[in-house]
Design a protein around this ligand. Structure first.
Ligand code: NAD
Length: 565
């Protein structure tokens, strides 16, 4: 009978050598432990590695040079994705060191937009297991399955049902690339320990016929079923996750609206969880608007706001701005909502329209008569802020953008739809059509614009500014739930990190290259809010920022010794 030994790896930073309970090839084949050629002479002897790696002992910098040489040789973005994935599967510390040091270059590869292409091809480029899959057929067995995961401490689960992957629709089990990518950003940008992250794909089938017809598709070959069974499995997952990892934070990711909103409202009060598409997007956009308010020296409560698009991003952003207005001015929620006009594919979202409204739109439905076109709604509302979250490219036309100048000398125009081709207008158009007066931000990055001897730097409302800090903060202080007040604090903190120089360049977000210090500062603000709200599960440390910084994972090799067994 073979002796089966459960293995657990806890890669905490420590000045003390870490005791390793496996030896030889098992060490090299475990990405959380592997150092490749960087194992020292002593470690090679202690762990039975002599002869298994080339003789020269290298340091991590030499390994990075080798990785970057290979990475940059690849010209196809999907090949770069596959290359980085295989590094991730081989040596996690090196992967995160490379990712952290080259975040601006690699974020578009490990996350949007290239992760989208990788998800579409998932069954064709699949190499190695990572994370967990729960399918429709696992009903009743989820808790038992979680025992198969060999880590007893998980801080963050990112889970998707693959139903609405980026702007690509239903990708079923192929959606696994998203939780994996998001958690990679959590580790690189937020300093969560890699061994304490768990990506999960909830495979409820897919309605994507192309995938069902693809013999290499790796999910269950079934159409999505009814809602009753769906919510039962989600509930079983939540209970099993809380039982197996009581402190875990669950991040809901890329669910269709009809499930995203009900799931969030069902669990947000009792379970440590949030939805990044709704709340993270809300906070990052709110932060951009607070930056705009700093630039204009005005208050949110004095604005009139049109949203072009009324989906999860729109309602997430609107809810967060409402929370911001309530916090900032003491106005009631009901009154704050009156500052918003939402437009969907049918026109202005109104109470007495010709069709039943989806539930998430109801709080923003207006009493007015239906008005169809965006330009007509603008003329009627006279907005100071126009936010595009429609997924419809080039819909903020020259007459529309110019119209905004009639109602504000510095209109705020956020074209947040992704990818670049779906952006409602470009940065250059917004600045040119308003003679540089617009305060512009976008979902996808745009280059700085030179005009009339001035440089305008458009801000990018990247969710990465917010979710790693919120997740890190809520998890470190063991909050019992994630509240709107925490997201508001995250948004406010981010807006305050924009320097005066950046504001002069008309950018409303700080430099993404500072993401680790941004995440630490946001995490500290989130912790502080949890302590103030009485929701934290630990005692308040004397210096919260120091506590956060000391708790963050740094991609450095620890020293190993063999454990006495
Ligand atoms: P969604 O599908 O939930 O919502 C899209 C909304 O647009 C719906 O209300 C739909 O009715 C409306 N719409 C579609 N066609 C329209 C038209 N012709 N005129 C007016 N409205 C129309 O999608 P979502 O999750 O809300 O995302 C919307 C966009 O926002 C996407 O492009 C996404 O990439 C972007 N987004 C950006 C960020 C960010 O910048 N940080 C974050 C999340 C989403």
């Amino acid at each position: 009978m073979a002796l089966v030994k459960r293995r657990r790896y806890q890669l905490e930073s420590s000045s003390e050598p870490l005791e390793v309970i496996v030896r030889g090839l098992d060490v090299l084949n475990e990405p959380l432990l592997n150092k490749g050629t960087a194992f020292t002479e002593e470690e090679r002897d202690a762990l039975g590695l002599r002869g298994l790696v080339p003789p020269k002992v290298t340091d991590i910098d030499e390994q990075i040079t080798r990785v970057m040489e290979n990475y940059r040789r690849k010209t196809d973005p999907l090949e770069k994705f596959i290359f980085l994935t295989s590094l991730h599967d081989r040596n996690e510390t090196l992967y995160y060191k490379v990712l952290t040091e080259n975040l601006m270059e690699m974020t578009p590869i490990v996350y949007t937009p290239v992760v989208g292409a990788a998800c579409q091809q998932f069954g064709h480029i699949y190499r190695k297991n990572r994370g967990m899959y729960i399918s429709l057929h696992d009903k009743g067995r989820i808790r038992e399955m979680f025992d198969n995961w060999n880590q007893d401490e998980i801080d963050i689960i990112v889970i998707s049902d693959g139903s609405r992957i980026l702007g690509l629709g239903d990708l079923g089990a192929n959606g696994m690339g998203i939780p994996i990518g998001k958690l990679a950003l959590y580790v690189a940008g937020g300093g969560i320990y890699p061994c304490k992250t768990l990506p999960i794909l909830l495979d409820m089938g897919t309605n994507n016929q192309e995938l069902l017809d693809d013999p290499l598709y790796l999910g269950i070959h079934e159409k999505r079923g009814d809602d009753e069974e769906y919510y039962e499995i989600v509930d079983e997952f939540v209970k099993a996750a809380k039982d197996r990892w009581p402190k875990v934070l669950i991040q809901w990711e890329d669910f269709t609206n009809d499930h995203a909103f009900p799931i969030l409202s069902k669990y947000r009060e009792d379970v440590l969880c949030f939805n990044d598409d709704i709340q993270g997007t809300g906070a990052v956009a709110l932060s951009g608007l607070l930056g705009g308010m700093r630039m204009k020296n005005e208050k949110l409560a004095d604005q009139r706001i049109i949203f072009y698009g009324a989906g999860s991003a729109a309602v997430g952003i609107a809810d967060m701005i409402v929370a911001g207005i309530v916090e900032e001015s003491g106005m009631s929620e009901v009154d704050a909502r009156k500052l918003f006009w939402l437009i969907d594919s049918q026109g202005l979202v109104v109470k007495n329209g010709s069709r039943p409204l989806q539930e998430h739109k109801v709080p923003y439905a207006r009493d007015e008569e239906q008005i169809k076109g965006l330009h007509d709604v603008i003329k009627y509302v006279k907005p100071t802020i126009l936010v595009g979250v429609s997924g419809q490219g080039q819909t903020f036309t020259e007459p529309i953008v110019k119209e905004m100048l009639n109602y504000s000398d510095q209109p705020i125009i956020f074209a947040l739809s992704n990818p670049t081709t779906k952006s409602e207008c470009t940065a250059e158009q917004a600045y040119r059509w308003t003679a540089g007066k617009a305060i512009f931000a976008s979902g996808s990055p745009f280059d700085p614009v030179r005009m009339g001897g001035k440089i305008f730097v458009p801000g990018q409302g990247n969710n990465m500014f917010i979710f790693p800090g919120v997740g890190l903060g809520a998890s470190l202080c063991q909050a019992s739930k994630v509240t709107d007040a925490m997201f508001y604090m995250a948004a406010k903190t981010l807006a305050e990190m924009v320097t005066e120089e950046e504001l002069k360049l008309r950018t409303v977000y700080p430099d993404l290259r500072k993401i680790r210090s941004i995440s630490a500062t946001i995490a500290a603000a989130v912790c502080k809010m949890a302590f103030d709200e009485g929701l934290a599960g630990i005692d308040e440390p004397e210096n919260i920022l120091e506590f956060v910084e000391e708790s963050m994972f740094k991609p450095e090799y620890p020293k190993y010794v063999a454990a006495e067994l």
